[in-house]
Design a protein around this ligand. Structure first.
Ligand code: FAD
Length: 245
């Protein structure tokens, strides 16, 4: 079996290694003490192609898939786990959900900007009472004449303090349980009723913002449904499955 990386991955590995040594290693300890990594770091990662490594080329990425993402996460995590966690949530969770489930218009709108770091993404599945058993979520989305109203509480949301777009799972079949009673929605930063809490104090990973995210009568347009109605939990499991291979 050949364990050598293909040439294009060696290239992005070397770029990421140099970037991490120069821009991350000297500051990682300070960022942990200060409990914040400057968002500018992630914008720079986008500019040099680190964030877009796994995105398809048609959306501005390098098309290097999961192996590409593993290579860059490994190089970044060597110096700063919190910076690596940013990529895992931004690229692996939020962007992957949009890539596998969103419609063409949503993909064209969000993916090129996520690939270059112009916008930052977060993914909201977990809730205070359910992590592994995410199907037990109680955040709900109610249909209105104009779109949807979200109410509920999400917990441990990586990048929540700095994200521009949130993929949010919510129950769309009220009073029912089961995988096909939940949908996913795109919620933009600044939407009234989207309330971002304060970061958790995590050992060794403080630079990454992990926050509670609450929805209080948060109104979003009908066009912000991400994926098929009642298929959001199935899509979320597909997202998690990719991260666990
Ligand atoms: C740093 C950090 C960042 C995170 N970022 C995000 C994010 O961006 N978005 C998001 O949605 N979530 C995020 N999470 C939440 C994370 O996905 C959950 O913590 C995870 O799903 C585990 O949930 P839990 O902690 O509630 O553990 P639990 O669900 O309480 O599980 C505890 C233990 O019990 C085991 N267990 C649970 N159920 C069973 C069962 N039926 N049978 C046998 N064993 C079982 C589990 O394997 C685990 O070992 C983050 C968490 C952390 C710590």
């Amino acid at each position: 079996m050949n364990f050598e990386l293909p040439e294009d991955l060696v290239g992005i590995r070397d770029i990421t290694r140099a970037f991490a040594a120069d821009k991350i290693a000297p500051h990682a300890r300070k960022w942990d003490a200060e409990k914040w990594i400057p968002t500018e770091l992630f914008k720079e990662m986008g500019k040099v192609g680190i964030l877009g490594v796994a995105f398809p080329e048609e959306y501005g990425g390098a098309g290097l898939g999961l192996l590409g993402m593993s290579v860059v996460v490994e190089e970044i995590a060597r110096w700063c786990g919190a910076s690596a966690l940013f990529i895992a949530a931004h690229t692996g969770l939020c962007s992957t959900h949009i890539r596998i489930a969103a419609n063409d218009e949503q993909k064209k709108h969000w993916l090129p900007r996520l690939a270059t770091g112009e916008v930052i993404g977060a993914w909201c599945l977990s809730e205070p009472h359910c992590g592994t058993d995410a199907e037990a979520l109680t955040t709900r989305a109610e249909k209105t004449a104009k779109g949807w109203v979200l109410n509920g509480a999400k917990f441990w949301i990586t990048n929540g303090k700095r994200a521009d777009v949130f993929v949010v799972t919510a129950r769309t079949k009220t009073g029912e349980r089961g995988a096909r009673t939940i949908s996913a929605f795109l919620v933009e930063k600044g939407t009234p009723g989207l309330i971002i809490g304060e970061p958790e104090d995590k050992m060794g990973m403080r630079g990454s913002d992990t926050v509670p995210v609450n929805f209080e009568n948060c109104e979003i347009p009908a066009a912000n449904l991400c994926g098929e109605l009642n298929n959001g939990y199935v899509d979320a499991l597909r997202v998690l499955d990719r991260g666990r291979r």
